[in-house]
Design a protein around this ligand. Structure first.
Ligand SMILES: NC(=O)c1ccc[n+]([C@@H]2O[C@H](COP(=O)([O-])OP(=O)(O)OC[C@H]3O[C@@H](n4cnc5c(N)ncnc54)[C@H](O)[C@@H]3O)[C@@H](O)[C@H]2O)c1
Length: 320
């Protein structure tokens, strides 16, 4: 494992979102001063109730696509965690221009902020979507990229811009390719991940809707593990151009996931039903964590079923 150095002032884009709000919690716990930036497109102030009580945290309600974005922050910045994005494959098929503006143009703006502030470390949250349907699983970082959706293309583009800024300005990017992340605060909408959708359908006694035959597989990683690894990456001494998977270690079929969730909500009268498969979705997805554990000395710690319990009870206590 490489040596660690301490950085103190962090900018977190997409701070009001699912993953970034947990990262803000962790950074504040570690004594960082954090500037969160979010336009509240899908993010929620509710996710930042605790940080907003902390004098080391400030929230800027701004859009990363704004032309004046690179000059927004006046304070020194040691590290930028860039998580703001539109993270829906479905929406990217429906509205590729919006997703390109946010995920590509927005990323260039955030990189420009990093350049102007001479930041030491730029951490990009990319996605396993960049691999498409790889020939062999678990997929390794050196696998050829194959975007199956505008979302995947936008994430590849964001990665390439980050690497180019690293090469030009020495800001040592580190790129995480997140697989399926789950946990409390994940948005529940038709554009979101499958776990909040199934849990909320179960809690509200609606049909649990599987897209396709349900034989597609995913590997889920709990959000606390994701933000811990993302933080560790930011502390590496030399991470230039480093690309790391963050994946769960087991695969589960979506059909089995639906059953597992239904069993967790014993009073639910929901039925499990099927509808058409989503365009642009991959068939199977699990990442190799070999490089990540070698570079970061990190492996996921939260077992899937206990993460699922924590997530289900969070949604239960946050039912509309
Ligand atoms: N959730 C997953 O399983 C997963 C998997 C792979 C990659 N990722 C990546 O991780 C990051 C965080 O994802 P998430 O699941 O927390 O999504 P999220 O939608 O909860 O968070 C994204 C945040 O970015 C904000 N945002 C969107 N457009 C913005 C703009 N123009 N200006 C400022 N803020 C803007 C949103 O309001 C939201 O708070 C994204 O980059 C996503 O692509 C997530």
């Amino acid at each position: 494992m490489a040596g660690l150095t301490m950085t103190k002032n962090a900018v977190v884009t997409g701070a009001a979102g699912f993953i970034a709000s947990h990262l803000v919690d962790l950074l504040l716990d570690k004594g960082f001063s954090v500037i969160g930036i979010d336009n509240l497109r899908t993010g929620s102030i509710q996710n930042l109730v605790e940080p907003l009580k902390n004098s080391n945290f400030q929230l800027l309600k701004e859009d990363i696509c704004n032309k004046r974005f690179p000059d927004l922050v006046k304070e020194d910045i040691d590290v930028i965690f860039h998580l703001a994005a539109i993270s829906s494959v479905l929406l990217s098929v429906e509205n590729p221009i919006l997703v390109n503006d946010t995920n590509v143009v927005g990323t260039v703006n955030v990189l420009e902020m990093a350049r102007k502030h001479d930041v030491e470390r730029f951490v990009l949250s990319s996605s396993a979507a960049v691999y498409g349907n790889p020939e062999s699983l678990p997929v390794r970082e050196e696998t050829a990229l194959n975007p199956l959706s505008p979302y995947a293309a936008s994430k590849i583009s964001a990665e390439m811009y980050s690497i180019s800024y690293g090469n030009l300005y020495g800001m040592t990017p580190i790129i995480f390719r997140y697989f399926n992340v789950f946990g409390p605060r994940q948005e529940n909408s038709e554009y979101s991940g499958v776990i909040p959708i199934f849990i909320n359908q179960g809690l509200q006694n609606n049909d649990i809707t599987i897209e396709g035959d349900g034989r597609q597989t995913r590997s889920f990683i709990f959000v606390n593990d994701v933000v811990e690894a993302t933080y560790l990456g930011s502390q590496l001494n030399d991470a230039s151009g480093q690309i790391l998977n963050l994946s769960g270690t087991d695969s589960i079929r979506i059909l089995d996931l639906a059953r597992l969730i239904k069993n967790r909500i014993p009073d639910s009268t929901s039925n499990i039903v099927h509808r058409d498969a989503r365009e642009g979705d991959v068939k199977d997805s699990i990442g190799s964590m070999e490089r990540t554990s070698e570079v970061l000395g990190f492996s996921p710690t939260v077992p899937f079923e206990s993460g699922l319990d924590r997530t289900a009870s969070w949604y239960r206590s946050h039912l509309d």
